[in-house]
Design a protein around this ligand. Structure first.
Ligand SMILES: [Zn+2]
Length: 102
């Protein structure tokens, strides 16, 4: 099967819904590998939000850089010790929102 697109988008994701409950936010995007899972937002709304898109594309780049399982472990480890907001991968993704590329 072709693997041309750098990412794919899944809407109304149950996984993203769980994250929305956990993070107490209504619109959520979660990245696993090259897939962006959305909850409470449409693909159009997400793609039209340049900052949000850049943030999630940065996470895709992080998955690519560290490898799927390694990145998940590193990410969870960071979250455990520093919390979601200060997790260095989130800090990096927030910085990417202001830049042209991650
Ligand atoms: Zn993030």
């Amino acid at each position: 099967m072709e693997q041309k697109a750098p990412y794919r988008i899944v809407t109304s994701s149950f996984l993203a819904k769980l994250a929305a409950l956990k993070l107490h936010s209504n619109r959520v995007a979660i990245v696993l590998g090259k897939t962006i899972y959305l909850y409470n937002t449409s693909k159009e709304e997400f793609l039209n939000d340049a900052k949000w898109l850049k943030h999630e594309l940065c996470h895709i780049a992080q998955f690519k850089q560290y490898g799927f399982f390694t990145f998940i472990i590193k990410y969870l480890w960071e979250s455990l010790w520093h919390g979601y907001y200060n997790n260095k991968y989130e800090v990096e993704a927030r910085k990417a929102e202001e830049e042209t590329l991650c």
